[in-house]
Design a protein around this ligand. Structure first.
Ligand code: ADP
Ligand code: ZN
Ligand code: ZN
Length: 749
């Protein structure tokens, strides 16, 4: 017998499977990992197929060395998924297969953990008799006592109670009185948050109606849904019921969340209700814990998996349901190689494995909503909050008027009043400031010079010092981390009028502290959450009520449920609206609506204030009215007119080099090449609307000069082919330039 093996090397020449002979007496299966000879090396690989046919001459064939596990690590459905992803994204199968396994399994960096255990080989009565007879060995007697009752006891536990039991145990084993075994144990992570018991709510009408659609389809092994439920409509409860039904029919469920650290509540609810049958996968697990959770899932012991995007590849046994919560989040796009969209992967799995798919959000992505309208998904709506709680009231303040009135601080008069009132009533507030640091940039009042990062062509952000360093502020680059002291005089003209402009989270926090002396604030941004469990601590301080005002970047908009929050402020709405990207309006709408949804989730009604210099912008209006449908229609029209995705496909060849000349040259070369491809395929060329070579708005990043070729083309099979060729072109690369090709890239900066 023979097997075909994808060897774990990412190189174009190794992209196809190699055939090996299976030695006599070895049984292997597709999906199993094996060690094989490769050139003069020994390599790991995954079996794609077992076959009795082979047209390679026997003298050229080599034997499989050994299996790496005694079971197929990758089940057939995931093998098929890896093959599909490889074909679709034009990347070698070795790379997509890696997605299907915990990273540390490769190269044997993680092992099964075992524990030595002892048990009696004789009945308790005999042991009792022995204990009575025992004269010299007190230790022996105590060991026998501890082992009575048919228990298996770990040697570690015995050693904690009896000094140095090793020799005595070995002697007992030799005498046939005790059996020592090496047994596998699982490192199951314990979470830092408490488990919650099932609240057993009575379902709302909306929840009930939605479940009446989902459950029958789920039982039949299918159904694709887009659940549009406003913030606080109780979507999580719908997931729980769907999961319970999935378990009842003997299947497994995968619940995907944008970022596990931001959804501790969801996790604790699931743990509380489903206990050990739930596995939670997140980035803080140790390699061993991750591996053990994976094995629990692979064996079918854990049948509810909760995790971020990579959990979509969990080897859940008899998959019955995948939920993608907050499906609009950009974290579901993996922009590192191999690129994938978690929602597409989930959909493909559900179709292949006969499972129901639920995409859920208060602000569905334009793409998903359009697909629901087209009938690809069944649209389910929950447009009311639970217990008839009102949606928060939204007020827009015009910051231009504030300036006219002589208020040049970052907080409008209305915001100040509302914050004071909120503090007086002992309630809590959340302020969104979508830029970290103290000031956004430092510039010269006289000549206009702006301090930029020497490696990135991006303005440096001013950060305040803390503690002993207070006052000693530093400039930081948010792209590459470079830091420098703030210049005392302008490096261009020598003027001393070099000042800070624009506010960041630090500045907002300072303003709030000035306004509300004695009120504790908490700040949540990239700078304060870098440490292990940074998120958890900040959220806990806010949940416990110790901190009354939470200031943060978009991190705070996600899925949090704090019943005491009655005021939400968007400090600088324009920041989100003005990014040079066709999706910035969609993202801004989502951000404002999501953050507004944090207000009034308890019994007290909520209030939202959006500060802007452009109150006439329709996106501000849609967000203020929380009118998703109207926003969707307007955005859909704009995209159709402007020929943006999903009406077209955008492709971007990004060229980066430490030499500006080389970046420019290579870009020209690639453009020429792309044109040649089109000339050879007139039918492809017809689909291309524009193809331009340009300098991206960030022209230098981490010391690399950048150019890009942006292609806008009609969505079609021809465009797919063209983009496929460009992907391969990019993969060839060049020594000193980095080239990447992305379809609908996550950012155009
Ligand atoms: P969403 O995710 O839709 O924003 P959640 O699922 O977080 O909303 O639910 C909002 C709040 O309502 C939570 O505190 C939840 O415990 C509560 N809740 C959910 N369903 C019900 C119900 N049927 N009756 C009462 N409270 C509910
Ligand atoms: Zn100057
Ligand atoms: Zn930089």
């Amino acid at each position: 017998m023979y097997c075909r093996v994808i060897v774990d090397i990412v190189h174009e020449n190794v992209a196809k499977p190699f055939t090996y002979r299976i030695p006599e007496g070895m049984t292997l299966a597709a999906g199993q990992r094996v060690s094989v000879p490769f050139g003069r090396m020994e390599k790991e690989g995954v079996i794609t197929e077992i076959t009795s046919e082979c047209d390679i001459p026997p003298e050229k064939l080599r034997d499989v060395i050994r299996p790496l596990e005694d079971f197929a690590a990758i089940p057939p459905e995931l093998m098929a998924l890896a093959a599909e992803m490889s074909a679709k994204s034009h990347c070698p199968p070795a790379e997509t297969l890696r997605l299907m396994l915990p990273a540390q399994m490769r190269g044997g960096r993680v092992r099964v953990k075992t524990e030595r255990r002892a048990r009696l080989a004789i009945p308790d009565e005999e042991a009792k008799a022995l204990i009575l007879k025992e004269r010299k060995g007190v230790k022996r007697a105590r060991l026998l006592e501890m082992l009575m009752g048919g228990k298996k006891v770990s040697v570690r536990f015995l050693a904690e109670n009896i000094n140095d039991p090793g020799d005595a145990l070995r002697k007992l084993e030799r005498d046939g009185i005790v059996v020592l075994t090496e047994e596998e144990i699982l490192r199951t992570p314990t979470e830092f948050y408490a488990e919650n018991q099932d609240p057993e709510y009575e379902l709302t009408n909306d929840q009930q109606e939605v479940l009446e659609e989902i459950l029958p389809k789920l039982r039949d092994g299918g159904g694709q849904f887009l659940l549009h439920g406003v913030t606080g409509s109780g979507k999580t409860e719908v997931f729980m019921h769907a999961v319970r039904e999935t378990l009842r029919i003997g299947k497994s469920a995968i619940i995907l969340v944008p970022e596990i650290s931001l959804t501790p509540q969801m996790v604790s609810w699931f743990r509380g209700r489903f206990g050990g049958i739930a596995a939670v996968i997140h980035s803080r697990l140790s390699a061993g814990e991750r591996y053990d959770e994976w094995r629990r899932i692979r064996r079918g012991e854990a049948r509810v998996v909760i995790g971020a995007r990579s959990a979509v590849f969990s080897p859940a046994e008899k998959l019955g349901l995948i939920v993608v919560d907050e499906e609009h989040e950009s974290t579901y796009l993996n922009d590192r190689h191999p690129r994938y969209d978690t929602r597409e992967v989930a959909e493909s799995r559900c179709k292949r494995e006969g499972a129901a798919l639920i995409l859920a959000s208060a602000t569905p992505s334009i793409l998903s909503f359009a697909r629901a309208r087209r009938g690809d998904y069944m649209l389910l709506e929950m447009l009311r909050r639970v217990q008839n709680r009102p949606l928060p009231e939204v007020q827009v303040t015009d910051m231009r008027e504030e300036l006219e009135r002589g208020n040049n601080t970052v907080l409008s008069i209305a915001m100040r009043e509302a914050l004071k009132e909120c503090a007086q009533k002992g309630e809590q507030a959340i302020l969104l400031m979508n830029r970290r640091g103290y000031n956004s940039f430092v510039s010269c009042r006289k000549c206009g010079y702006v301090v930029k990062c020497p490696h990135c062509d991006i303005s440096m952000t001013y950060h305040m010092g803390y503690g002993a360093d207070a006052g000693a502020g530093r400039l930081k680059c948010h792209y590459c981390g470079t830091e420098m002291n703030t210049p005392g005089t302008c490096p261009e003209c020598g003027s001393r009028h070099i000042r800070y402009f624009g506010a960041g989270t630090q500045k907002v926090e300072e303003e709030v502290r000035k306004l509300l002396p004695g009120v504790t604030t908490a700040r949540m941004d990239y700078d304060t959450t870098g440490t292990k469990d940074g998120h958890g601590k900040i959220l806990e301080a806010f949940r416990s009520g110790q901190a009354r005002v939470l200031i943060g970047t978009q991190m705070i908009a996600k899925g949090l449920d704090f019943p005491q929050v009655t005021l939400v402020g968007v400090v600088a709405a324009d920041l989100a609206l003005n990014l040079p990207d066709y999706r910035s309006r969609e993202r801004a709408f989502q951000l404002f609506t999501q953050v507004a949804g944090r207000a009034g989730r308890g019994t007290k009604p909520g209030r939202v204030i959006i500060q802007t210099y452009r109150p006439e912008d329709p996106v501000i209006g849609f967000a203020a009215r929380q009118d998703y449908r109207a926003f969707f229609e307007s955005e859909w029209l704009r995209r159709r007119k402007g020929l943006y995705p999903p009406f077209t496909a955008l492709g971007r060849l990004l060229i980066e080099s430490s030499s500006e000349g080389e970046a420019a040259e290579e870009a020209e070369e690639l453009l020429r090449h792309a044109r040649e491809i089109l000339q050879a395929h007139p039918d492809w060329e017809k689909k291309v609307i524009t193809m331009v070579l340009d300098t991206p708005s960030v022209k230098m990043l981490r010391g690399k000069y950048r150019r890009h070729v942006v292609i806008k083309a009609l969505k079609s099979a021809e465009t797919d082919h063209f983009f496929g060729e460009l992907t391969e072109l990019a993969a060839e690369g060049k020594d000193r330039t980095e080239i990447a090709f992305e379809v609908n890239p996550t950012t155009m900066l």
